[in-house]
Design a protein around this ligand. Structure first.
Ligand SMILES: [Zn+2]
Length: 82
C-alpha cells in the first residue's frame, strides 16, 4: 500500500533571510525564496525624483513560492515558529 510522503521541510534550518523577505519561508516546501509577491503599493513621489513606497495591506499580499508554486498571503509565509 503506497503511503504519501509529506513534503520535505527545512523547518529546523535557521532562516537566512535578513533583507526584504526577512523571516519568510514557504509553508509547503520550506524554501527561503525567491517569492512572487503581488502587492498594492503607494508611491510617494518627490520633485527630485526620490520615490518612497509603502504597502498599506502588507499582510494581505498574495505570495507564491517560485520553487514549488505554493500560494498564500504574507502571514502564511511569515515564519512565526522559531
Ligand atoms: Zn515552496
Amino acid at each position: 500500500m503506497p503511503t504519501k510522503k509529506p513534503a520535505k521541510k527545512t523547518k529546523k534550518t535557521k532562516n537566512p533571510n535578513t533583507g526584504f523577505p526577512q523571516g519568510m519561508s514557504c509553508p509547503d516546501c520550506g524554501s527561503f525564496g525567491p517569492f512572487y509577491i503581488a502587492s498594492e503599493i503607494m508611491l510617494k513621489v518627490y520633485d527630485d525624483e526620490q520615490i518612497e513606497y509603502s504597502s498599506p495591506n502588507w499582510g494581505e499580499n498574495y505570495v507564491s513560492c517560485v520553487k514549488c508554486g505554493g500560494v498564500g498571503n504574507m502571514a502564511r509565509f511569515s515564519n512565526k515558529n522559531k
